[in-house]
Design a protein around this ligand. Structure first.
Ligand SMILES: Cc1c2[nH]c(c1CCC(=O)O)Cc1[nH]c(c(CCC(=O)O)c1C)Cc1[nH]c(c(CCC(=O)O)c1C)Cc1[nH]c(c(C)c1CCC(=O)O)C2
Length: 357
């Protein structure tokens, strides 16, 4: 006979009716799930304290004790429906052999790989052994997390990761990567192909370790013209979905093509994601038309409204619920939590979503 204690131990987000996973299965819910991109991080005093004790940012990502703690910090404070693994999209180039540094106050810096010849210095495939501490973190978080809460793994989309690898940093409309894509498309395609394989392997390892879903962050492809957007953003993301589902049929995948705008419809046709994330400036009425009704939409409260709180934040949350509450929905921000955000405003946002029912 199975004891009640054993029953409890075998509960998982899949069996415990997780709001987050229900939305990814296409369910419309009176109270939709809520989590926030960058919900762990510098706006939390407990993160800043732990960050000061760790060496560099990558040391924090590669130390399971610390990364587990940081992943769980926002879950201890707020009634969020999902935790997101504490890591970074740039661990993939790191595990491909590229030097990656995080410069305090400036963001990530990589030794730029500007040409086909320089790509040859990369490993032919991702060194998953280097990322073993990340997968150990996934397993530890999953073991500590309440069964009603989902754990999200992630990677960067190939185009976004390639812009950092080629340019050595973000910003500036990703000109170095785009120049290379125009001047030597075959070389750029080879880099994208390498990243498709590496990212799929990294996502599969996270799912294997216990992640319940994975999100693919494409932060920079919104700037691309429509044809290049399909080639460098949508097609590689679709290829990752195919590789992940070939090994794990039914794997839950969220895609966040930040700034897709009018290209959202073509993206949704090309990419078989279970949810599509909307950036802050995205028109929700247009997104409803662009994305098939069984695909969940995620978003898109303005992170700046979250910094302000009060009635402005309530109105921003209510707007999302009013526009998207009649379809599968995951309430989130349109981009990450900003550093100056008062933590109480996150509690306010979660409470506002909960009272929807
Ligand atoms: C482009 C990108 C990166 N990283 C990421 C993206 C895609 C999403 C987006 O557009 O924001 C994704 C990311 N980065 C981080 C997470 C962890 C999970 C989470 O809480 O969302 C996730 C999902 C932690 C992080 N990644 C980083 C921090 C700050 C590091 C610190 O503590 O100093 C955190 C918490 C560093 C990072 N990493 C990156 C940048 C540009 C920066 C510097 C910006 C900044 O400092 O806020 C690359």
């Amino acid at each position: 006979m199975v004891s009640p204690a054993n029953n409890l131990a075998t509960l998982t987000p899949e069996t415990s009716g997780s709001r987050f996973l229900k939305a990814l299965s296409g369910e419309t819910q009176a109270v939709p799930p809520v989590w926030l991109m960058r919900q762990a991080g510098r706006y939390l005093p407990e993160y800043r304290e732990l960050r000061a004790q760790a060496g560099g940012f990558l040391d924090l990502c590669y130390t399971p004790d610390l990364a587990t703690e940081v992943t769980l910090q926002p879950i201890r404070r707020f009634d969020l429906d999902a935790a997101i693994l504490f890591s970074d999209i740039l661990v993939v180039p790191h595990a491909l052999g590229q030097e990656v540094r995080f410069v305090e106050g400036e963001g990530p810096r990589l030794d730029p790989l500007a040409s086909r010849a320089e790509f040859a210095t990369l490993k032919p495939e991702i060194d998953l052994g280097m990322l073993a501490p990340v997968y150990e973190t996934v397993a530890r978080v999953r073991a500590e997390l309440d069964p009603s809460k989902a754990l999200i793994g992630f990677c960067g989309a190939p185009y976004t990761v390639a812009t950092y690898m080629v340019g050595g940093r973000g910003g500036e409309e990703q000109a170095p990567a785009r120049k290379l894509a125009y001047s030597d498309p075959a070389a750029f395609q080879a880099l994208i192909d390498l990243l498709v394989e590496a990212s799929a392997a990294h996502l599969l390892a996270q799912l294997e370790a216990g992640a319940n879903a994975v999100q693919i962050f494409d932060s920079w492809s919104g700037d691309l013209p429509p044809a290049e957007f399909m080639t460098w953003s949508a097609a590689p993301i679709a290829a990752i979905c195919a590789r992940v589902r070939a090994k794990r049929p039914g794997a839950k995948i969220l895609a966040f093509p930040r700034g897709a705008g009018a290209k959202l419809k073509a993206f949704a046709e090309a990419v078989p994601a279970d949810a599509i994330g909307l950036a802050t400036a995205e028109d929700r009425r247009a997104a409803r038309e662009a994305v098939p009704a069984h695909v969940a939409l995620q978003g898109n409260v303005d992170p700046i409204a979250l910094t302000v709180g009060g009635s402005a934040l309530d109105a921003a949350v209510d707007g999302v619920l009013a526009d998207l509450g009649d379809r599968p929905l995951i309430v989130n921000l349109g981009h990450g939590v900003r550093q100056e955000t008062p933590p109480e405003h996150v509690a306010q946002m979660v409470a506002r979503v909960r009272r929807a029912g």
